[in-house]
Design a protein around this ligand. Structure first.
Ligand code: NDP
Length: 477
């Protein structure tokens, strides 16, 4: 059965369909999904525009009930939805279920936010005049998401968009339509009026582009690559619309001489290789001071030897496959580039055979890397990390910040002085002390600076900045 797009409250088949393939076993077809056309995208935008006046004035209890019901169903079905996620994306079952729980928590959080909408009442600078400051929805929000967090990223964009009274046109990544279809189905059955949330699965170059080109989309929130992010920005400037971008990272993880070695290795392995290194918050630059360097590299090698790389759904798998062939080629190309640049491949990097045909890669660790190398500057987005040796903390901080990106930054140290200084001086939106660079909470701001992000933060109460516009009203008493 082909899973359809949702346009104006109707499930629409369209003229084409595409297959969702399991990267752990390319013989396994997860499902077939309708491919929307540019015409479908325009119909979805028109439906969202028509639905906006009523939804933007809907009561907070109606919105609360729908978001709450959605959260409850996602959490009740976490094992099934987590399995679907792992099957289509390739992260381990534990990671798939964990991400699904996070999506449920996000809907739960924004169900609560509906009940906490508030404004301000201030005296005017002039006598006998009152001033009210309120937040209003923006209008039609376009949501474009990447493949690496198939349920959490859609959740952290759709939930606040609806909570604050916007209507939505949602285009998930074509590689992973299953989780997106599932949450749209849940929201639809939870009672969303027709046209409030529209799903258009299909190609970015067609469906996404039709969204960018539409004057009827008032805001676009995008997560994905830097290149596509730039297109979103240019088109948004053209249409004078609000936009928010979350793009790549080249996140540093600093290990100082005084670090607890076990803590440092655990955090580095998690940062670099968990979720197959396919996280925008992954660390691929391990910046290590010379006093601990050799011990750290040896311990990393030992820990990496023990990693179980296999089918994402198998019990005991710690690292699943790469998401598809083109991403696998990108990873192996960068491994070749690292070697050509003179870094030493200390561990891993080879393709692996498993029981089923899939995109299995042994996580790779380079040593003797410099921060000028392409492997240290460009986002690889796979299980490939390099160790950059530095003299001391001061040099480590300079190297950590010497990147065009600024999403996440980590440090392993037992020194309060260095931890405190790093938190203040790391040029990144998120800083982690003795923790992996990835792995963030659902209720606090997420985002970066420099080439990683543009616009206000996602998640938590900070999401209101993007999904609302502020009105200042004056009344003569
Ligand atoms: P892409 O930028 O290729 O795709 C992201 C989304 O944009 C997809 O839905 C894609 O559609 C769509 N798209 C592609 N072309 C256009 C277009 N012309 N107009 C509108 N939409 C378009 O990135 P990936 O999904 O391949 O994700 C990997 C990249 O994303 C990595 O570089 C990673 O760093 C970054 N990323 C950043 C995150 C962050 O929070 N900072 C989080 C996750 C990923 P289609 O389905 O056709 O590909």
């Amino acid at each position: 059965m082909v899973q359809k797009n949702l346009i104006d409250g109707e499930w629409i088949a369209g003229s084409e369909a595409f297959r969702n393939i399991n990267p752990s076993d390319t013989n396994d077809v997860v499902g077939e999904y309708a491919r929307a056309s540019a015409e479908d995208a325009r119909a979805a935008i028109a439906a969202a525009k028509a639905a906006f006046p009523a939804w933007s004035r809907s009561g907070i209890l109606e919105r609360h009930a729908i978001l709450r019901k959605t959260a409850d169903e996602i959490l009740a079905r976490k094992d099934e939805l987590g399995k679907l996620l792992s099957r289509e994306e390739g992260k381990t079952l534990a990671e798939g279920i964990g991400e699904t729980v996070r999506a449920g928590q996000i809907f739960d959080f924004f169900a609560g936010e509906c009940l906490r909408l508030a404004g301000e009442v201030l005296p005017s600078a002039r006598p006998n005049i009152g001033v009210e400051i309120t937040r209003e929805p923006i209008g039609v929000v376009g949501i474009i998401t990447p493949w690496n967090f198939p349920i959490a990223i859609p959740a952290w964009k759709i939930a606040p968009a609806l909570c604050y009274g916007n209507t939505v046109v949602f285009k998930p990544a074509e590689l992973v339509p299953g989780s997106s279809w599932a949450i749209v189905d849940i929201l639809h059955r939870a009672g969303l009026p027709k046209g409030v949330l529209n799903l258009v699965m299909g190609k970015g170059s067609v469906v996404g582009q039709a969204m960018l080109d539409s004057p009827d989309i008032h805001a676009i929130t995008f997560t994905g690559s830097t290149g596509t992010g730039k297109r979103v920005a240019l088109a948004s400037v053209e249409h004078n619309r609000k936009y928010q971008l979350e793009m790549g990272g080249k996140n540093p993880f600093v290990v100082l001489d005084d670090a607890d070695l076990a803590v440092a290795v655990e955090a580095a392995v998690n940062s670099a290789f968990f979720s197959t290194g396919q996280r925008c918050t992954a660390s691929s630059r391990l910046i290590v001071t010379e006093g601990i360097h050799d011990r750290f590299v040896a311990a990393m090698g030992e820990r990496m030897k023990g990693l179980v790389i296999d089918d994402a759904l198998k019990a005991g798998t710690q690292i699943g496959p790469v998401v598809d062939e083109s991403q696998l080629n990108q990873d192996t190309d960068y491994i070749a580039i690292g070697r050509q640049e003179g870094a030493k491949l200390a561990f891993g990097g080879e393709l692996l055979k498993r029981d089923t045909p899939g995109f299995y890669l042994q996580p790779a660790l380079f040593t003797e890397a410099t921060n000028a190398m392409r492997i240290s500057r460009e986002e690889i987005f796979g299980p490939v990390a390099s160790v950059i040796r530095v003299k001391d903390y001061d040099e480590a901080l300079i190297v950590a910040n010497d990147t065009p990106f600024g999403l996440s930054s980590g440090i392993a140290t037992t020194s309060l002085k260095h931890a405190t200084h790093f938190k203040r001086n790391a040029d990144a939106g998120m800083v982690m002390v003795n923790l992996p660079t990835a792995g963030v909470d659902f209720h606090v701001p997420f985002g970066g600076r420099k080439g990683s992000s543009h616009g206000s933060r996602e998640q938590g109460r900070y999401a209101a900045e993007f999904y609302t516009t502020v009105k200042t009203a004056y009344t003569l008493a």
